[in-house]
Design a protein around this ligand. Sequence first.
Ligand SMILES: Cc1ncc(COP(=O)(O)O)c(C=O)c1O
Length: 407
Amino acid sequence: MDYNLKLDEAIGHLHEEGRYRTFIEIERHKGHFPHATWKKPDGSEQPVTVWCGNDYLGMGQHASVLGAMHEAIDATGAGSGGTRNISGTTVYHKRLEAELADLHQKEDALVFTSAYIANDASLSTLPKLFPGLIIYSDALNHASMIEGVRRNGGNKRIFRHNDVAHLRELLEADDSDAPKLIAFESIYSMDGDIGPIEAICDLADEFGALTYIDEVHAVGMYGPRGAGIAEREGLMDRLDIINGTLAKAFGVMGGYIAASAKMCDAIRSYAPGFIFSTSIPPAVAAAGAASVAHLKADHDLREQHQMQARILKTRLKGLGLPIIDHGTHIVPVIVGNPVHTKKLSDMLLDQFGIYVQPINFPTVPRGTERLRFTPSPVHGPEEMDALVEAMDALWSHCELNRAELSA
Ligand SMILES: Cc1ncc(COP(=O)(O)O)c(C=O)c1O
């Protein structure tokens, strides 16, 4: 086989479809988020404003987080030096897990290297713990959940996105004695819509199913202590396993599940993705714990975040741009064509110093390609004005459709 030819073909295919991914190399400037420097391929540099980061609250530059990280590095060095089982469990890991268990009001928590791994490792391990387990998975679940559900030969059923009637049909069609688990998200990150948590928990009770929720795009940002949408809706105790990340609103890195002590003990003992991988660096765990602890109390920051999202949505809607608005912090502007989306993103970057990554298939369905903005408390009025003006100008320049505005 001509291996290079095959690689060229695979990559060429992505170019043809306009969905070849280019990584923009940036250096963020601590103390000046969302400002960063774009290091261009030709070696030159340009200042940019980041509008697509998932450090939703700017915690990646927060003094309490950086202080905890520095302290841990000075105290204990760089890496953890081992898997959790073999010398890689430190006081910092235990502190972080205690913070997370407390955040979600669960008996215990388990930290993984990322939320991707936490989803994949947990969901693929559950059929080992509950032989014959049927997993009911929302059609728009994140790739990490799909991967976890797909592996390990468990039974799976896919219910239409947020469609509890369909979920009920699927539950009714299965053996009432079979062990069951419903896996879904609280905020779906591409449209920013919210899962019907209470209705799903009701069905789980009725059919004797466990519940697994991914709150990756909600932790830190929703609920009185930042535990997510389930906390905001008073439903945390009805969820058996809550998955979250430390990499987005908490501004650091790592993922986790929070659950009963027994559930955590079993997953800890059976999940290869937990057992056979070096634990996160102590400094990362320390920073994560500091961020979680800080956000339990900083409700103002959450309110500022929501305010920023409301302002941006109102202004873009005012220009007639086709945004999706489900009342959350995510602001998708639908372009509907991969080539145009990439072109808009390139022009925003080159001409206006605004960095927003195009979102194409397979991350979103074809025909719904979009620019996805993530306003945060670190975006000031000047950055907001610059973005809105640039979008207005480009929308006219590219002769894209605008919604009719009612008088
Ligand atoms: C819904 C959802 N779950 C899980 C993840 C993975 O999180 P992490 O970046 O911690 O691996 C993501 C990442 O974007 C996500 O969007």
